[in-house]
Design a protein around this ligand. Sequence first.
Ligand code: ADP
Ligand code: MG
Length: 627
Amino acid sequence: MTSLFPEFDRQTELAEVTKYERYGNIVDIQGNLFTVDLPEDEAVTQNEACFLIIEFEGERIPLKSEVIKVVRNNAYCQCFEDTLGARIGDEVRFAGMPLFAELGPGLLGSVTDGLQNPLYKPYDKCGIKLQRGVYLSTLDRDKKWSFTPSASAGDTVRAGDWLGYVPEGPIRHQIMVPFELRDEYSVKEIAPAGEYTITEIIARLEDERGEKIDVAMIQRWPIKRPLHLYYGDAARLKREFPSELMETGFRIVDAMLPVAKGGTFAIPGPFGSGKTVFQQTVARYAAVDIIIVAACGERANEAVDVLTEFPELVDPRSDRSLMERTLIICNTSSMPTAARESSLYLAITLGEYFRLMGVNAMVLADSTSRWAQALREMSARLEEIPGEEAFPVYIAPLIAALYERAGVQVHPNGTRGTLTIGGSVSPAGGNLQEPVTEATKAVVWTFLALSRELGSRRIFPAIDPRQGMSYSGYIETLREYFTSEIDPDWTKNVMKIKRAIEAGAKAADDIALMGERNVDDRTYLDFLKSNLIRDVFLVQNSFHEVDAACPLDRMGETMNVISDALDVSDARFESKEEARGYFTELTNHLFQRNFVTVDDPSYKELGRKAAEMLADSGQKADAGVES
Ligand code: ADP
Ligand code: MG
């Protein structure tokens, strides 16, 4: 009998680490990068996990590390912990396996660091202060889960096939045939419905040669490798093009710059422009089943804020704790930069795992620049030839590889799951012409550029809607979805509003140059109309209960009103002052309406006032044309 995963317990004891037979000794150490001299004919592989064993205050402590580069008999490794106390000559033990994520029931609601050590248990609200060299498992070994089998004895199964499920939060957590298997198996035994822990055997499989495999509810996957399923060499998962909107509740995003389920987006912007508020609002309101937040905060206390605020939030769709469908991977400021690197890979691996269950999952990374900085530090210490702004030359392919793990996938049983990946980018000085932003721009389908100018005027979300600044490739690909599922006039209105925004930007330039008095009436009207679009549609207060998230039907209705407002002709007005007064009043009604729910009587009332103004002007405009 082979057990695929003999040492499930991650409670890494020194005794366990020293069981790894392959070892070497440190010949150089700089911060958390160290070089190991390998004995003759000892081979280690890139991304292999290893433990640096230091002696500190009379104790031997194993520190988790990873091989990042091998050159002849030297292994260059990064340590995920503070290396205080490490000395030349210290022993390093190689684990013979890469860094992996533990996958199984109990993931939802977890708060871990980039190595999946629990940081905090949201339900019992006790903070855990981790010591160096102590690695705990996030998944509770003692908890019993209510398992219902879906496979039966005699069934033929392959990697990733569903064997049964346990209910967890809002989903059916599917228990699957171990992902790295490549053969076909027959189910010999399957556990009857009942309560089991994650390490109890729930199925026994056997291959053609009679080799038996025991399956428990827990399994693992190396975080740096995309989660694929194979039968022999044939890929079992099919990719599909994203075809559904991933609603965020932000009008400027869902209408002007949409993101698809299974798609990718980036939100670059300078410090203070609203990246974190945007992501946290999306985490709360986005129409997905599971959210994985990878927080590498810029401010020291930002990570702590995430940890204290998130567990308090209520899921607006289910009225239950938001944590029930959220996973948080958090880098506290006391952790070395290397841990940021692993946290992003861990987040994506978890998202891929849930996608296999037919779930819509989303990874939100804030910020990917911190991740890139970790790579830059390592690259500098390795004395690699630096690329632009000292980032390693291979930064672009690494960024592309991250976002490529997003997508719509069809499981062999026909179930469709999606993983959306969104990352914020915080370039130094807010300069968008730097390698991380540019490499990100080249791969993501939706690019939401935050503008320093809008942010400093406190116009939020500070996304610059103009062409050439932000874009979404999904406007075209989701056109069919918008017109058939949401509103037949949706795309027509979006295009009309986009044109008005461009015309307004040009008008604003003219006005800045020549003064309000000297531009023609039509130009002035373009300016007023685009201000109305900004104040009524693009601006949104994430801290207001009603305004924070706008449902699609309501968004479509507002766009119809705006479309009418854009038809208002300059012939309607005697003077610029009159036009300005008119648009101020109209904007006011519609702006106020954003803060009341649709069943509030004032919603109707404000809408009626706006409609009256528009109907009125329509007549006069016509009259103006006739005369
Ligand atoms: P960044 O992460 O880009 O440094 P933050 O997300 O922390 O910036 O935002 C900075 C501040 O801007 C917030 O504290 C908040 O006051 C304001 N802000 C950003 N976005 C919004 C929004 N959508 N609605 C209201 N206020 C916002
Ligand atoms: Mg931030």
